[in-house]
Ligand binder design. Structure first.
Ligand code: BGC
Length: 246
């Protein structure tokens, strides 16, 4: 049987990751390549790094790209964790020209959510599912009976006078040297607020830090089910690859 594969590229605020994904299982069938996101993360610099990530695997073929901002019809609509130069740029066209391949794109949290709903912690979960990714920022992906409501941007909710991700992201924990217990207090405030607004049936928690889920998820109390992402730090790559086929 021929394995159907595609390349997933996950552009993040601190790292640009990628790999060849088996679309049936969500497993990576190449090495997982990660290069630092160039600073400043201008259009030209990010395209260079993205090209280097793809080249390291020797891939040629369809590519899906997850991006850390609003992406509508391939065009970037926000730039909290990437250079402002990206605003209004046609991400898909830039990448397609640079990588010489068909490219589809979407928001990074939406990509992670898509992967979890198809192949991970959200399989066969109807109702309202909220994926939250804790990384450089906080990303959100909302699913209603399995259908994505894209670009929800709930990391930018204002809570107690501050943008939520500035206090409760994984980067904020590191920046301020918070213990998991101290960070969990902030996460609790955030999760309770989101729960009050959306009453999800399930929260899936992703981002690199989800590898350490046992250190902080048990400290958070919500009415909904609360589980770590199953594809862990590969959710974004896998979701991007799935997107390339849509
Ligand atoms: C961005 C989101 C993104 C999240 C995680 C936020 O700052 O606004 O679009 O999903 O960071 O990268």
């Amino acid at each position: 049987m021929r394995v159907s594969t595609a390349f997933g590229l996950d552009i993040g605020g601190t790292g640009i990751k990628g790999g060849v994904v088996d679309l049936a299982s969500g497993e990576l069938v190449s090495e997982r390549v990660r290069l630092d996101t160039p600073q400043p993360a201008t259009v030209a610099a990010v395209l260079d790094t993205a090209a280097a990530v793809v080249a390291q695997t020797g891939w040629s073929g369809p590519i899906g790209c997850a991006f850390p901002g609003v992406v509508k019809d391939g065009v970037v609509g926000s730039s909290a964790n990437i250079d402002d130069e990206w605003l209004g740029e046609h991400l898909e066209r830039h990448l397609a020209a640079r990588l010489n391949a068909p490219v589809r794109s979407l928001n990074d949290a939406d990509a992670a959510g898509l992967a979890e709903m198809r192949l991970g912690a959200g399989v066969e979960r109807d109702g309202v599912v909220m994926m939250l990714t804790l990384g450089t920022g906080i990303g959100s992906a909302l699913f209603v009976d399995g259908r994505l409501v894209p670009n929800t941007e709930l990391g930018h909710l204002e809570i107690d006078g501050a943008v939520a991700e500035s206090r409760a992201s994984a980067a904020a924990r590191e920046r301020e040297g918070l213990s998991y217990e101290e960070w969990a207090v902030r996460l609790q405030r955030y999760f309770s607020h989101v729960e009050q607004l959306f009453s999800p049936d399930l929260f899936i928690v992703g981002g690199g830090i989800s590898r350490k889920a046992d250190r902080f998820l048990p400290l958070i109390s919500v009415r909904a089910d609360l589980v770590p992402a199953r594809l862990r730090q590969n959710s974004g790559i896998v979701g991007a690859a799935l997107r390339s086929m849509e």
